[in-house]
Write a protein that binds this ligand. Structure first.
Ligand SMILES: Nc1nc2c(c(=O)[nH]1)N[C@H]1C(S)=C(S)[C@@H](COP(=O)(O)OP(=O)(O)OC[C@H]3O[C@@H](n4cnc5c(=O)[nH]c(N)nc54)[C@H](O)[C@@H]3O)O[C@H]1N2
Ligand SMILES: Nc1nc2c(c(=O)[nH]1)N[C@H]1C(S)=C(S)[C@@H](COP(=O)(O)OP(=O)(O)OC[C@H]3O[C@@H](n4cnc5c(=O)[nH]c(N)nc54)[C@H](O)[C@@H]3O)O[C@H]1N2
Ligand code: SF4
Ligand SMILES: [Mo]
Length: 772
């Protein structure tokens, strides 16, 4: 065996922390890094992370300050963990795959699989085989190309992308998929900010945020809604601290009192290490799960009433007149929301809402930031549309210190979309792509993640290629998804590390190991760099610094280019070999296809790169009417029958999406366990359940299929009434494939109806059954 063992399940609970990121955070980061690799490599990654000529952090998409304003250590605890998880000195070799059958690997935890280290050479599982075996690159890519060519229709293939993929490889992958003949480009965004994209495209004409870091610093009021920055975007706390220093105020809206929303100790400043830190939220709204639509509807009603009382003093009439449509219908509808409904849906008091409203009236410049607490609900899209109404009403779009800020997850998830990875790219993009490369891209929309799973389940999709990510574990309804993947003729993954998507595979399966962000990428003797776009539309270079994890790795650009050449041959006439040899050549083509990337190579050579301006900041709204759109959104709230809870599946502090690094969630006070469910003590009393009771989480959905996550400890926790929280991906088994957000088709990972039952099976002492 590899010598790596799962930590023993030994739950210890301490009071939730009321501050985030101080000295302990730095020691935790170093502890994990040094468990993975040498002090020398740790120093090399940490000296280079987020520096102008260095490696873009492979963690989240929070932007860096301008080059001159960057700190020498411009990274957080979690960024350090992510980069050194990739820079690990551990290796998965052919001997490893000889020793462990696929069935055996499938029995191991997500932790164990990740801890094995970096993948080192291409591997294949042949039909009927029990083990992966080595295969050369030419044969591996030839096999995949052969399966693609043998399909009856290009729409029987799926090309999944996760947001770590760089711009150059993403551009080539979507070019390849479309030249091959399909728009089937599902991505992790489908499960993430898809609701933001849907709502913002419809209302503002562009599915991206409109603010910069400087806007955050100079806002009068910043809302942080459905987001846990202390864990998931730690450097955002430095930005919020700056907002406060400049006199701005912060309102946090969450179902949990997250540590990072309360107090912040700056790890790079002496007073951050020893002082009490900065209080972050001036007001905390402990909202009920799914109550945010009602909250913003109430604020909008208050705005309209205040305007009635003192005409011309509350709304920005001029802005509304000049730049928007639909105001009258919105206003008529918004006046009708009932206070009774609002108080029931939000669980807040009238006074609390009044207090926020007064803050709003005192603020010239307002920004609303949000993440998965809004997007992953059935009514995620209307909720975000209502946020837009709220901002438009006072002209808080398009001027400094104001705007929309969907805080993106993966470091390049926004860039991948800009590069065309989307199953529904606009026709103008497809036309430009077709013109540049001399072919006609398919016009009909492709499959997203949820529809892709349906297609595999029904045998309509037969070949799956995932470039980065861990599709099997990230997607909902684990049992259904696993069945669907196993039905494929071929599944292939371009990956840096071993994960569940390699053990739950098709008849034939390929592991295609690749360079990570931190690895030096040399093609034809010349060092290459790649580019990424952060959450605030800044595009910049990333240069790997470490010797590659193995001499047998190919870059993502090389893998996609070679596969495309083998599959497509000379039609259309695309210089795939030139692209592989020189990424400048890829960027030249991007500059001719993707708006905003003109002169790409020259502009990205500047330290810090360049900014893609958002047209709404010039008063240009690329909607059909050319104006921003007010919408009418029906009041909705989740229906939670007595005896049930609304479960949110979320991240612990010690994980990166589907991969956990340690069984701890320090800020929430959960130690040495992941199979826990956090529930309000008053709800526990009503349900007759004692703290630490062992329960099964049982999903309630109308298709008659039983969805059960077994063996969770109940933890009495200040979750808002009627809600529960447990970690993903262990709970993905509970999220029905058909339970999706209206319009965006995003799985409702934050709104899963469950009941708690006494556990069916006892969990033995010293158990390591993390992923059972
Ligand atoms: N360390 C670390 N960083 C990460 C990631 C990671 O896994 N680990 N993942 C990255 C990715 S891909 C993403 S998308 C982001 C995700 O960033 P977040 O969205 O912060 O991630 P989640 O853990 O899903 O947390 C959701 C938050 O919303 C709150 N919430 C849940 N339901 C509701 C609701 O109905 N209303 C309100 N107001 N709040 C609610 C939860 O209590 C929680 O604070 O993080 C990115 N950064
Ligand atoms: N229940 C529930 N489900 C969710 C969510 C939730 O909140 N609740 N959140 C959703 C969200 S927001 C997201 S974004 C998705 C995340 O879904 P994914 O992006 O698919 O998942 P990750 O866990 O980030 O992928 C980890 C794997 O990526 C590979 N990898 C890492 N770095 C690189 C690289 O540089 N190149 C390549 N080729 N591979 C690399 C490694 O092999 C690693 O095992 O999950 C979604 N699923
Ligand atoms: S805030 Fe995000 S991008 Fe910045 S160092 Fe931390 S994980 Fe990396
Ligand atoms: Mo995400």
């Amino acid at each position: 065996m590899s010598g790596i063992e799962d930590p023993v399940d030994d739950l210890r609970v301490t009071p939730p922390k009321t501050w985030a990121t101080g000295l302990p955070a730095v020691t935790h980061a170093l502890g994990y890094s040094l468990s993975q690799t040498s002090p020398r490599r740790t120093a090399l990654t940490l000296l280079n992370i987020n520096q102008p000529k260095g490696i873009d952090c492979p963690g989240c998409a929070w932007p860096e300050p301008a080059p001159g304003e960057r700190h020498r250590n411009e990274y957080c605890e979690n960024g350090a963990k992510h980069i050194n998880d990739e820079a690990t000195s551990r290796r998965v070799t052919r001997d490893f795959f000889r020793e462990h059958s696929i069935a055996e690997l499938d029995g191991m935890s997500d932790y164990w699989l990740n801890q094995q280290g970096r993948l080192t050479e291409p591997m294949v599982k042949r039909p009927g085989a029990t083990h992966y075996e080595p295969i050369g690159w030419d044969e591996a890519l030839g096999l995949l190309a052969g399966e693609l060519k043998a399909l009856d229709s290009p729409d029987e293939a799926l090309f999944y992308v996760s947001g770590r993929l760089n711009n150059e490889a993403a551009f080539l992958l979507q070019l390849f998929a479309r030249a091959y003949g399909t728009n089937n480009l599902p991505d992790c965004s489908n499960m993430c900010h898809e609701s933001s994209g849907s709502a913002l495209s419809e209302t503002l004409g562009i599915g991206k945020g409109s603010v910069s870091l400087d806007d955050i610093h100079h806002a009068d009021l910043v809302f942080v809604v459905g987001q846990n920055p202390g864990t998931n975007h730690p450097r955002m706390l430095s930005a919020l601290e700056e907002t406060k220093r400049n006199g701005g105020r912060i309102v946090a809206v969450n179902t949990l009192p997250e540590a990072g929303l309360m107090r912040f100790r700056h790890p790079q400043k002496a007073r951050g290490i020893i002082g009490r830190g900065t209080p972050i939220a001036d007001q905390f709204l402990h909202i009920r799960a799914g109550g945010d639509l009602a909250l913003f509807q109430a604020l909008n009603r208050l705005l309209l009433e205040a305007e009635d009382a003192a005409p011309g003093t509350v709304l920005d009439r001029d802005f509304i007149e000049r730049n928007t449509t639909g105001f009258a219908a919105f206003a008529e509808h918004a006046r009708q929301v009932s206070w009774e409904d609002v108080l029931r849906a939000t669980g807040l008091s009238r006074e609390e809402i009044q207090e926020v409203f007064e803050r709003v009236l005192r603020s010239e410049r307002i920004i609303v930031c949000w993440a998965m607490g809004l997007t992953q609900h059935k009514h995620g899209v209307p909720t975000i549309r209502e946020v837009v109404n709220f901002l438009l009403a006072r002209g808080n779009i398009g001027r400094p210190g104001a705007g929309v800020c969907p805080v993106r997850g993966h470091s390049n998830v926004q860039g991948d979309r800009t590069m065309g990875v989307w199953e529904r790219m606009p026709q103008a993009f497809l036309d430009a792509l077709g013109r540049e490369f001399g072919f006609t891209p398919p016009a009909h929309h492709g499959l997203d993640a949820v529809n892709g799973i349906r297609a595999m389940r029904e045998g309509r999709a037969k070949v799956f290629l995932g470039v980065a990510g861990n599709f099997v574990r990230a997607t909902p309804d684990s049992a259904v998804t696993e069945e669907a993947m196993r039905r494929c003729r071929l599944t292939a993954h371009v990956s840096t590390k071993l994960n569940r998507s390699h053990t739950v595979c098709g008849e034939t399966a390929l592991i295609l190991p690749t360079l990570g962000r931190s690895d030096r990428d040399v093609q034809g003797g010349v060092e290459q760099f790649v580019t990424v776009e952060d959450s605030m539309s800044d595009v910049h270079a990333s240069r790997g610094k470490l010797p590659p994890a193995s001499p047998d790795l190919l870059s993502e650009v090389a893998i996609v280019a070679r596969l495309a050449r083998l599959t497509l041959g000379a039609e259309p006439d695309v210089p795939w070999e030139e692209f592989e040899a020189d990424y400048d050549a890829v960027r030249d083509r991007i500059s001719r296809v993707v708006p905003g990337f003109e002169d790409f190579n020259a502009r990205v050579a500047v330290p810090g790169g360049f900014h893609l301006p958002n047209p709404v900041n010039r008063g240009v709204f690329p909607t059909p009417s050319g104006k921003a759109v007010f919408t009418r959104n029906d009041f909705t709230m989740p229906d939670v029958p007595p005896g049930h809870l609304l479960l949110q599946t979320l991240r612990s502090h010690d994980q990166w999406n589907t991969v956990w690094y340690a069984p701890n969630d320090r800020y929430r006070g959960i130690h040495d366990a992941r199979r826990v469910v956090m529930v309000n003590p008053a709800d526990l009393a009503e349900l007759g359940l004692a703290d630490r009771r062992l329960v099964d989480l049982v999903g309630v959905w109308h298709d008659g299929r039983e969805r059960r996550a077994e063996g969770f400890r109940v933890v009495a926790y200040p979750a808002s009434r009627g809600s529960a929280a447990a970690y993903y991906p262990e709970t993905n088994v509970l999220v029905p494939l058909d339970s999706v957000a209206d319009i965006s088709n995003c799985p409702t990972s934050k709104g899963v109806l469950i009941r708690l039952e006494p556990a069916r099976t006892a969990v033995p002492e010293g158990s390591r059954a993390w992923d059972a």
